[in-house]
Ligand binder design. Structure first.
Ligand SMILES: N[C@@H](CCC(=O)N[C@@H](CS)C(=O)NCC(=O)O)C(=O)O
Length: 225
């Protein structure tokens, strides 16, 4: 059986969990936070999520885990059969990671430490997000799913990326980023209604207080060094 390592407040953790639930694969959850030796032993970069496969192999990096799950458990496929269509799905995922997720994450250290975000950082993030808006606006179809008629890995991936983009877009940039991509808000709303998304959201909320305590403890430890 697969073990999923990490914590439910993580959007990356949640996207992998959504894939496992969508494919109805049995898995165990192992609660482990960033910055721990325990996590480093499983995930070489100390990042959440990681999985341990049924054969005992540890794998990290969300998109790599998604591909491993799809290749090992092809039932209820999440990628199209056609190589070109698969590339389009992966292109959407990569664009969401590079131009939506990663720039939005630049706010996290400031938000957690309570520091003011410099205007230069805000401008840089806005510039990369603008690239993402243009790119995703051009490749996403929302008819009804993000890459077209088939529900794919990109639907799951981008939905969890968007949790970060909308939270920080509104709180730090006063900008409704998702509204800039025609059709994205409506699609995002349909994704949020899925039973799997709702159960993952409930788990996320249950984990938030403990996760924030861990973050505060890490900041205090770093400040007293
Ligand atoms: N590239 C990684 C990023 C994962 C990531 O940034 N996870 C966060 C939690 S949402 C994390 O582990 N943060 C702890 C840290 O950066 O030390 C992936 O795609 O899985």
């Amino acid at each position: 059986m697969i073990t999923l390592h990490g914590f439910a407040a993580s959007n990356y953790y949640n996207l992998v969990k959504h894939v496992l639930l969508h494919k109805q694969l049995p898995f165990k959850e192992h609660l482990v936070y960033g910055g721990s030796e325990e996590l480093l032993a499983i995930s070489p970069a100390g990042k959440v999520p990681a999985i341990t496969t049924a054969n005992g192999l540890n794998i990290s990096e969300s998109s790599v885990i998604c591909d491993f799950i799809e290749e090992s458990y092809p039932q209820t496929p999440l990628y199209p059969e056609d190589a070109g269509e698969r590339a389009v799905v992966r292109q959407i995922m990569k664009m969401a990671e590079l131009y939506f997720e990663l720039p939005s994450r630049r706010f996290i250290p400031y938000v957690f430490s309570g520091a003011e975000v410099p205007e230069t950082t805000k401008a840089e993030v806005r510039q990369v997000l603008t690239r993402g808006v243009t790119a995703l606006g051009s490749v996403c179809k929302f008819s009804p799913w993000i890459a077209g008629e088939q529900f794919t890995m990109a639907d799951i991936y981008v939905y969890y990326v968007n949790t970060i983009v909308s939270a920080f877009g509104s709180s730090q940039l006063d900008w409704d980023v998702l509204a800039q991509v025609p059709g994205m808000k409506e699609w995002n709303e349909s994704m949020s209604q899925l039973a799997i998304a709702q159960s993952i959201e409930a788990d996320r909320q249950s984990n938030m207080a403990e996760f924030m305590q861990k973050v505060k403890a890490q900041i205090q430890a770093a400040n007293t060094k």
